[in-house]
Design a protein around this ligand. Structure first.
Ligand code: NAP
Ligand code: HSE
Length: 431
């Protein structure tokens, strides 16, 4: 430590996958010189102090007040996760401690309240680790696009879902086995249905919409579809048409309203997003002035996320040392904006029907689509295991449509006696 350098006390709430990795990075030499402040980790809150962990046991506590009530702690790093962290973060801010968090659920649900508390207390609330693990997407939107207007964000923001789809396609695993692998690798949430059902990605999209479009997104307002209904056959047909299925988030600022959606979608196999595999994340942002900008990297896991967390700690410590705490957070502005009705989402669609191969079936399918003014772009029909169908037997009919609003496409999929299963519908995103 350099003589006369300001000391900044750090307390951690949580020391699991992300917290333990953050502690390891905070111990690296050279951070004080880069920051202008000497960081001192003073306390680490855990649930089970007996668990073996690579950290000084003397730092451990099971009492949140040992962190929040320590006047020498200036920065609270919340990496315990879940909603239980909310009251602790709120109290830390009210006590004029800056907070760094990787908790997307918390920021998506209570971001407005927490940012107001931070503003009132003239401290910072930093959350780079909450979106995209190690990729600097929060900084990119807040700083790189500060003078631009972001019109579109499209990307992959859930590492577990991307990992699961990748392993299902390339490793032939079923979903349960792929989820188990993602859990073992430390990518999944404590409750992995948050990943698989798309909610984690929706929380992250809500946070990005705040930064990109200045939109306050009510919790739960983002239309979400998860991965459970994507079957191996959908991957095969997507490939046959020249696409890959990816777990996408899409946000567009239409001026009058903001369109937000989370769902698996077909992306052209030559697009950058089609080639983002495993737990990698990527976000394509489009600015009016800048045009496209891609942020890409490891979107989940302890060390990548800890890189974001520690970089926030350094930023916040730098502001404290400079007497400018709260300045960055005070600059985040957002307001209520109208959210576009999901039925108006205009896209091309992938449709898969399981039908009985009988005279007139294709005409009736085309008739249902035509009645809703949905136009077919491409179509294939196959029987079992990809062979030509036997007359009167089951057949799979797969189509790509021209662009149409989701509500009209959905209306065209009304059940009919010749359908042996409910039809499957996925948007095609041309990125
Ligand atoms: P984790 O491995 O489950 O670690 C949670 C830590 O918090 C553990 O040390 C646990 O203590 C402690 N904890 C939990 N509840 C507590 C309570 N009520 N009182 C005291 N301590 C408590 O979780 P994680 O994967 O590190 O995730 C932490 C946060 O980062 C979450 O918000 C998550 O969404 C977010 N995040 C995770 C990733 C990732 O890839 N893992 C990426 C980005 C963001 P014990 O160790 O004693 O059980
Ligand atoms: N469970 C999350 C994911 C961790 O898989 O993306 C990173 O936020």
């Amino acid at each position: 430590m350099l003589r006369g350098m300001k000391r900044v006390g750090v307390g951690l709430l949580g020391c699991g996958t992300v917290g333990a990795a953050a502690l390891a990075l905070l111990a690296k030499p050279g951070l004080a010189e880069r920051t202008g402040a000497a960081l001192e980790v003073r306390r680490v809150l855990v649930r089970d102090p007996e668990k073996s962990r690579a950290c000084d046991r003397a730092l451990l506590t099971t009492d949140p007040e040992a962190v929040l009530g320590d006047p020498a702690i200036d920065v609270v790093v919340e990496v315990m996760g879940g909603e239980a962290a909310g009251p602790l973060v709120a109290r830390a801010l009210d006590l004029k401690k800056s907070v760094v968090t990787a908790n997307k659920l918390l920021v998506a649900k209570s971001g407005r309240d927490l940012l107001e508390r931070a503003r009132r207390a003239h401290v910072d609330l930093a959350f780079e680790g909450a979106v995209g693990g190690g990729i600097p997407i929060v900084r990119t939107l807040r700083e790189a696009f500060a003078s631009d207007r972001v019109t579109r964000i499209c990307g992959i923001l859930n590492g577990t879902s991307n990992y699961v789809l990748t392993r299902m396609l390339e490793g032939g695993l079923d979903m349960a086995a792929a989820v188990r692998e993602a859990q073992e690798l430390g990518y999944a949430e404590a409750d992995p249905s948050l990943d698989i059902d798309g909610h984690d990605a929706a929380h992250k999209l809500g946070i990005l919409a705040m930064l990109a479009f200045g939109a306050e997104v009510p919790f739960g307002a983002v239309p979400v579809e998860g991965l459970r209904s994507v079957e191996p056959v959908d991957h095969r047909f997507a490939q046959r048409f020249g696409y890959r299925i990816k777990p996408l988030v899409v946000g567009r600022d239409h001026g009058d309203d903001v369109e937000l959606r989370v769902h698996p979608a077909l992306v052209p196999e030559k697009s950058v997003l089609a080639n983002v595999s495993g737990a990698l994340n990527a976000v394509l942002c489009e600015g009016e002035a800048l045009g496209p900008c891609l942020v890409y990297g490891r979107g989940a896991g302890g060390l990548p996320t800890a890189v974001s967390v520690v970089s926030d700690v350094l930023d916040v410590a730098r502001s404290i040392a400079a007497g400018a705490a709260g300045l960055g957070t005070g600059g985040i502005r957002f307001a209520a904006r109208a959210l576009r009705d999901p039925g108006r989402a205009e896209a091309r669609y992938y449709l898969r029907f399981t039908v009985r191969d009988e005279p007139g079936v294709l005409a009736r399918l085309a008739g249902q689509l035509g009645a809703e003014r949905v136009s077919i772009e491409q179509l294939v029909q196959v029987g079992e295991e990809g062979r030509p169908p036997l007359e009167g037997g089951p057949a799979t009919v797969v189509m790509l449509t021209h662009a149409a609003p989701a509500a009209r496409v959905r209306a065209a999929l009304a059940p009919a006696p010749f359908m042996l299963e409910p039809p499957r519908m996925l948007p095609v995103e041309d990125v």
